[in-house]
Design a protein around this ligand. Structure first.
Ligand code: GLY
Length: 347
């Protein structure tokens, strides 16, 4: 099964054994585990036998801690233990831990090895694959960072049992995205699933393979990797709006909303068939509640779209679908089209 993935990604039935065999194949001077209060309680017990010598670095959970202060805390811990360049950092957690832990490892003394043990669905199928590392800065998401692949990613679906249903749904949006942009069969397989770990687990491999294929074709996102931003141009704007409006929503919930809006634009601009557009909308509506967006804030939401860091110059660039499984990137959008899509979603 794992043969179809690059060697650094392992889908494991037992993360504890996978860590033990990884460590046995290397000679690290010291091993650190980055975790938060949730992964310490719910996930660390599943792997701790293989980490008897490891030193834990505990940070607080949440996107608000994905910042330079927390990095300083992590670098200080590494420094206090006189960590050398032969050390290993194991990131045990979701996207925040993986992105920030990877960033700290890649920059500490110009780089030590790190591995990711993603514990959320979102990080298992998306964030931990492809080497995007970084932190938020001055309110801007992932504003400081770099591309660097981890030395290993160990994906064990048993961690997903520790997640609330909402978190599963959030990661599931990224799986739907992979199907929509690259493999219509994957999308059709997913839309008939129940959202539970048992039903989703057999589909992890395909989703990860799809993401990995795109990343390999363009590791630093100058071309094809932009396709992975499907649903995110408007989705990010919704996420930011909800956050600043004190009604935060999960990333995948915002992406699901973005998928409906960008499907509407795909039909208008790129000729996605009406039937497929409806099929996508019905699928999303069957899993996700509509995000409540007051019409009076239309201009504000549209402005957030303009601020997307993926834009070039003053023009908003989106990914749109030609058909389910086939996407195109760098399609310019006018403000009028963006507002129409938001209104279509609000109805
Ligand atoms: N999450 C999008 C990417 O890795 O490019």
């Amino acid at each position: 099964m794992n043969q179809t993935l690059p060697v650094y990604i392992e889908i494991s039935q037992n993360a504890e054994e996978s860590i033990a065999s990884f460590l046995a194949s290397k000679k690290y001077s010291s091993v650190f585990v980055l975790l938060d209060e949730n992964t310490k309680t719910h996930c660390y017990p599943l792997v701790k036998k293989s980490l008897k010598e490891a030193i834990c670095i505990e940070i607080k959970s949440g996107e608000q801690y994905k910042n330079l202060d927390t990095c300083q805390f992590i670098w200080s811990k590494l420094t206090r233990h006189t960590t050398d360049r032969k050390a290993l950092l194991i990131n045990l957690g979701g996207g925040v831990i993986g992105d920030m832990g990877g960033f700290c490892a890649a920059t500490y003394k110009r780089g030590i090895d790190f591995i990711n043990i993603p514990t959320t669905l979102l990080s298992q199928v998306d964030a931990s694959i492809g080497g995007k590392l970084g932190i938020d800065f001055q309110g801007l998401k992932n504003h400081i960072g770099l591309f660097q692949l981890p030395n290993k990613v160990i994906i064990d679906s048993r961690f997903l049992h520790t997640l609330p249903h909402k978190q599963l749904l959030s990661g599931f949006a990224e799986m739907l995205k992979h199907g929509l942009i690259a493999d219509g069969t994957h999308f059709k397989d997913l839309i008939n699933l129940r959202i539970d770990v048992q039903s989703i687990t057999p589909h992890l491999l395909t989703s990860i393979q799809l993401k990995n294929r795109i990343v390999l074709s363009d590791p630093t996102e100058s071309n094809n990797r932009k396709l992975l931003n499907w649903g995110h141009t408007l989705g990010h704007a919704i996420e930011t709006f909800c956050l600043t409006n004190n009604t935060p929503i999960l990333h995948g919930e915002a992406v699901a909303a973005g998928i409906i809006m960008e499907s509407y634009l795909s039909e208008k601009i790129l000729g996605l068939s009406h039937q497929e557009c409806r099929q996508i909308e019905e699928a999303i509506d069957s899993f996700y509640q509509r995000v409540s967006l007051p019409k009076g804030h239309l201009n504000k939401i549209a402005e957030y779209v303009l601020q997307d860091k993926k834009n070039e110059g003053n023009s908003t660039q989106a990914v749109l679908l030609q058909s389910i499984g086939k996407a195109q990137h760098s399609i310019p959008l006018t403000m009028q089209q963006v507002k129409e899509a938001i209104l279509y979603y609000i109805k």
